[in-house]
Design a protein around this ligand. Structure first.
Ligand code: SF4
Ligand code: ZN
Length: 755
């Protein structure tokens, strides 16, 4: 263990704890001890403090206790002689640093200094860049919504790990390269810190790199302290997905060491505070890789391999700066043991799901297909094995070379697949993947599906050689790699020739109609098996979703057809057919088969499940639900809150708090997590009176699903039903809700009692 590192980390920790104490003192006198303290939209208080100490901080006053805990962890700065600093004291200092950093950030939230504002960045010449999601500010603390969505990807392996980058790279070019290398591997990247006032966030911003949740490249803040948000994320993963209780610090650290493949990449000079924060990260088993000369710390068991690695940038072997950047990233992956899988997709641009959320702005666009000015559609159909030439990609019609810049043209992507295990029912399941597959290419934006597809190709991608043919190459590669069990051959025809486009559009539309009808005919009583989904058992061990044609999985990602396809792809996987067997009660939705399965799948925790009731043996939930349905007893009805709604519900709780009640695989009558398309199913809580029970709904749901709800209202025989449902803009309390319902003649008021 290096005395140098110990000295600097312990010195950094001492200084930060003092700074936090001073800030807290000032805040207490200015704002008072009862001032509420929180990070936005999380049920985990100040997550690192909560996870490590079990303390649920809600007010400024309570932070004194957190800081005295931090102070206890401090050790004296090593004397120049006669003292051999050892790892334990450095790690304690690291933990104290995390507590102090979180305290400071929490106080900054009170003073509106977090998230950090970052107005459109201006370059010489007047060009403004503001590629950030949050319009003019950095991301700051990660909310629970984002935690869940990334958490699932970390659990199922789509996202192999995360990187916390602190500092600034040698040049803008190197900064971009490092981030692209990480994105290519789907590694989530958190950005923070600076070197002499310059941050990697500035560098990426100047280069026009899109930052934010959607691109897996998240700017926390331009100082070192904001690195705490990465550790807050890690700590919450253990609580949410690992089922570990707050305060079980050791288990949380072990969980992270064993399951969360994260590392810290320190770019540029490392100061005391960075050493201290690095010691905090090492506690979690996250190694630190620096691109400057610093002493290394070799394995002692806290991290899997080395704890600290020094890889001075200019001394990295081989090639120019870009190659050096690539090697640096490779070294990080090696030191943390991140397991990266990338489908080999032959395109001239970086490829990976980190690029799925990327937007191609009009100014950066070479050409678009679909949208307002042209039409694009995609159609996948099965054919006989001998009718498909695997790997063939044909462009029928002109390319876009002669189109004016930022032009628009018509396009049809027709995919023909064949396979012994392929079924017609899988066509729509596969066709929907086109969106994700095409979007994975950097510089390509894909929106929509079927005949409302809209695709943009950026100038940058075209300069690198991206062409129409690459759509076909992507689809061929990805269908084989992801659906190899049902797809043996894939051929892609890309049409730009107008008469052929018309012709294929006719065929495609016939097929879309046919599939719509097939889907509508797919009712629960028309099939003899449902499907299980146990994908979420890796973090909610007793939860199973039972997926029927009229009730999709609560995450919204798996409907009955998806499960059926998934079972064909992987017969021993998470989606197993459940033979319905003898019908017990059609109204409430009991079959012998579903009950038996519920008991087995939940390891005996849930002996029975009613498919159509929220009041009697409702289906359990993990944590991924799109919406929460909850009984409001006074109204004889239910409210529906969706994940995007952060406001207060009339029940006096926000989505985050309600999520704690709905999840965890427990049956709680009156509370249920559901997928949003279940809301419009005729089987939506049909045993309890159905959709007419809905008395309150988040406005964003009302707006985004307006068309679907209109059809439901007609079906329920009350075309004005949706207008009788209140939202957060209409009422804030149960009393106000009741008055609203009276005034709007809501049917729930005169329906039979729900309980
Ligand atoms: Fe998880 Fe249910 Fe979605 Fe399966 S269907 S992934 S178990 S939420
Ligand atoms: Zn889940």
């Amino acid at each position: 263990m290096s005395r140098y590192i110990a000295t600097r980390a312990i010195r950094g920790a001492n200084a930060l704890v003092i700074e936090a104490e001073t800030m807290l003192h000032k805040a207490l006198s200015e704002k008072g001890p009862d001032t509420p303290v929180s990070f936005p939209n999380t049920a985990y208080y100040l997550p690192t403090i909560y996870a490590m100490t079990g303390q649920s901080v809600e007010t400024l006053g309570q932070l004194s206790e957190s800081l005295s805990h931090a102070r206890e962890l401090l050790h004296p700065i090593p004397a120049a002689k006669n003292w051999t600093p050892y790892l334990g004291e450095t790690l304690d200092g690291g933990m104290a640093t995390l507590i102090a950093a979180e305290t400071i950030e929490a106080i900054r939230y009170i003073y509106d200094l977090q998230p950090e504002s970052f107005p459109g960045f201006e370059l010489a010449g007047g060009t403004k860049y503001d590629n950030l999601n949050g319009e003019g500010h950095l991301n700051g603390a990660i909310d629970d919504i984002q935690l869940r969505s990334w958490g699932i990807q970390l659990v199922d392996g789509r996202m192999p790990g995360f990187a916390a980058i602190v500092g600034a790279a040698k040049s803008n070019e190197v900064a971009v390269k490092i981030v692209r290398e990480l994105q290519k591997r789907n590694i989530l990247t958190f950005l923070c810190g600076n070197v002499n006032g310059r941050s990697i966030i500035d560098q990426l911003q100047e280069e026009g790199v899109e930052l934010g949740y959607d691109t897996y490249t998240v700017p926390f803040g331009r100082d070192t302290l904001s690195a705490i948000y990465a550790l807050g994320f890690a700590a919450r993963s253990a609580l949410t997905f690992g089922g570990i209780k707050a305060g079980q610090a050791r288990d949380i650290l072990m969980y992270n060491k064993d399951r969360v493949y994260a590392f810290v990449l320190a770019l540029g000079e490392v100061d005391d505070l960075k050493y201290a924060a690095a010691a905090g990260a090492i506690n979690f088993g996250f190694p630190v890789i620096a691109d400057t000369v610093i002493p290394e710390i070799l394995p002692t068991g806290i991290t899997t391999y080395e704890h600290v690695i020094s890889m001075p940038f200019n001394e990295i072997h081989g090639g120019d700066d870009l190659e050096k950047a690539e090697r640096l990233v490779q070294k990080c992956i090696e030191v943390r043991g991140v397991k990266v899988q990338i489908a080999d997709v032959p395109v001239p641009v970086p490829y990976g799901s980190a690029f799925e959320g990327e937007v191609v702005r009009k100014a950066d666009m070479r050409i678009e297909f679909g949208g307002k000015k042209s039409r694009a559609f995609e159609y996948l159909h099965m054919a006989e094995l001998d009718e498909v030439v695997d790997g063939k990609v044909e462009i029928i019609g002109a390319g876009f070379e002669d189109m004016e810049p930022q032009g628009a043209m018509d396009l049809a992507i027709v995919v023909k697949v064949a396979g012994r295990e392929m079924q017609e029912d899988f066509e729509p399941v596969l066709e929907r993947q086109i969106h994700y597959f095409v979007n994975g290419a950097s510089g390509i934006q894909h929106v929509g599906q079927r005949d409302i597809a809209w695709i943009r190709i950026s100038n940058n991608a075209v300069e690198k050689g991206f062409d129409l043919e690459h759509f076909g190459k992507i689809l061929h590669a990805r269908f084989h790699s992801d659906f190899g069990a049902i797809v043996d051959k894939v051929q892609v025809d890309i049409y730009t020739e107008p008469t052929l486009i018309e012709e294929w559009l006719g065929k495609a539309r016939e097929s879309y109609d046919y599939r719509n009808k097939r889907l509508a005919d797919l009712t629960d009583d028309a099939v003899d098996e449902f499907y299980s989904c146990t994908l979420c058992q890796s973090f909610a061990p007793d939860h199973v979703c039972i997926v029927s044609p009229e009730r999709l999985g609560l995450c919204g990602a798996y409907n009955w057809l998806d499960c059926k396809a998934s079972f064909s792809i992987n017969p021993t996987g998470p989606n197993q057919p459940i033979k319905l067997g003898k019908l017990v009660d059609m109204d409430k939705g009991y079959w012998e088969g579903t009950n038996e399965y519920a008991a087995i799948g939940s390891h005996g925790v849930v002996p029975e499940v009613a498919m159509y009731s929220i009041m009697e043996n409702p289906m359990t939930a993990c944590g991924c639900f799109e919406c929460i349905v909850m009984l409001i007893p006074e109204t004889n009805g239910v409210m529906i809150v969706n994940r995007e709604d952060t406001s207060m519900t009339p029940a006096g709780m926000t989505f985050s708090t309600l999520a704690g009640m709905a999840g965890g695989g427990m049956q709680t009558p009156g509370v249920m997590g559901v997928g949003k398309y279940y809301l419009v199913s005729p089987k939506f809580i049909s045993a309890d009176g159905g959709f007419k029970r809905v008395v309150w709904m988040s406005s964003v749901l009302k707006e985004t699903m307006a068309d679907e709800f209109r059809i439901v209202a007609e079906r329920e025989g009350d075309p004005d039903l949706i207008d009788r449902i209140a939202d957060e803009n209409d009422v804030g309390t149960v009393d106000e809700l009741l008055a609203w319902l009276e005034e709007h003649n809501h049917p729930a008021l005169i329906m039979e009692s729900m309980f």
